[in-house]
Design a protein around this ligand. Structure first.
Ligand SMILES: Nc1ncnc2c1ncn2[C@@H]1O[C@H](COP(=O)(O)OP(=O)(O)OP(=O)(O)O)[C@@H](O)[C@H]1O
Ligand SMILES: [Mg+2]
Length: 355
């Protein structure tokens, strides 16, 4: 039976709020998609001014534009305290799994088990060994409560709350075919943090949240050029629209005053990628990374793909999830190249349980 229900994903990012709705037809049909950049839309001038009330207003505004309205949504939380762990557990019923996870978590996490909320997803089951691998998403309870309050105040009903990085992983494995015998990485660079996922079709994925994002660079530009956060943000984004002059891409940055912070951001990301790559090789005895799929709003930074590839010595491809052949659109979308890079999380959420 073809599912006709609308499934909606909402991603309240640090800088950009996204919402996407889909229906399962022959292909996966995108019914609507909307985003608002809190800074470029002039709702906020600097991160300190961002309040829950403002987010509620912004979300309400986005929803008001959607024909037929929205009520139930799938949503995610992110940040350095939102973790994903994979665990080996015996094949148990769902209620037994919950207590087994709770018990295991108590010995892994650095805070009290009563102060966290968690959810799980079965990755694979091995009937012969009677074991299963589950991915467990963990969030501090107060963070979860704050997130749910914002959505409820925006008149939405959250059905599922997931960890950002799990949603990105789900988006990738639903829309891309994993190449046999190849280890690949996804690097989603948002505003406050980057998510790194390393995966191979025969092994469990590895997740890592890195506290580097577009705002790291904006703050560095703010300090260097002695300008406000919002002006630094604009300065950063305008650079993308200046024409390239030559084939050596690093030279494009000669004329900008903040080449240093950009290269230092690339160096830190490259270091994390190399560390995770080696860890994964040791863990599973596979060859190193074959490709890095770069996504997230900060993947739009001019030549970032080139600079990262050069630093890690692994090919880097921009991954725009909205351009997947498994998707179709109710209406044509003009600037899909620009928009798509923001949507891995929200699309991954909307795709959950829909296939
Ligand atoms: N054209 C552009 N060039 C460079 N950076 C850009 C461009 N457009 C957007 N960005 C950056 O993308 C970031 C927002 O991306 P994204 O929507 O993925 O983040 P987010 O989900 O809001 O953040 P997080 O996931 O960290 O909470 C901002 O830092 C913004 O400056
Ligand atoms: Mg994000």
């Amino acid at each position: 039976m073809i599912k006709e229900k609308k499934s909606v994903g909402v991603d309240i990012g640090s800088n950009v709020v996204k919402i996407i709705g889909l229906r399962r037809k022959k292909k996966i049909r995108i019914e609507f998609m909307k985003l608002i950049d809190l800074y470029l839309s002039r709702n906020v001038n600097r991160p300190e001014d961002l309040s829950d009330t403002l987010l509620v207003q912004v979300i309400r505004g986005l929803i008001a534009e959607i024909k037929g309205g929205v009520k139930k949504v799938k949503t995610s939380v992110s940040g350095p305290n939102a973790l994903v762990h994979s665990m080996e557990l015996p094949n148990l019923s769902d209620s037994e799994i919950l207590s087994a996870i709770r018990w295991k978590l108590a010995s892994i996490i650095p805070f009290n088990i009563d102060d966290v909320e968690f959810d799980f997803q079965v990755l694979n089951t091995n009937k012969s060994s009677n074991m299963q691998t589950v991915l467990v998403g963990i969030v501090p309870a107060n963070k979860m409560k704050k997130h749910l309050d914002i959505l409820t105040r925006a008149n939405l009903e959250p059905e599922i709350v997931e960890i950002d990085s799990l949603a990105i992983y789900n988006c990738f494995i639903t829309l891309q075919d994993l190449h046999p015998n190849k280890t690949v990485a996804i690097l989603n660079i948002g505003a406050e943090c980057a998510t790194l996922i390393i995966m191979h079709p025969d092994h469990d994925p590895f997740f890592k949240s890195i506290a580097i994002g577009g705002n790291t660079l904006t703050r560095a530009i703010e300090r260097m050029l002695h300008i406000s956060f919002i002006d630094a943000e604009r300065e950063k984004i305008e650079m993308n629209y200046q024409p390239s002059h030559n084939t050596d891409n690093t030279n494009n940055y000669k004329e900008i005053g903040w080449k240093g912070p950009l290269l230092s951001m690339v160096a830190k990301l490259a270091e994390e990628l190399k560390k995770a790559d080696i860890y994964y090789q040791i863990l599973y005895g596979e060859e190193g990374l074959q490709r890095i799929y770069l996504t997230g709003g900060s993947a739009k930074l001019k030549n970032l793909d080139y600079l990262l590839a050069d630093a890690v010595k692994v090919p880097v491809t921009l991954w725009n999830p909205l351009k997947s052949e498994k998707l179709e659109y109710k209406q044509e979308i003009g600037n899909i190249d620009e928009l798509g890079l923001h949507f891995a999380t929200s699309l991954g959420l909307a795709l959950r349980d829909e296939l």
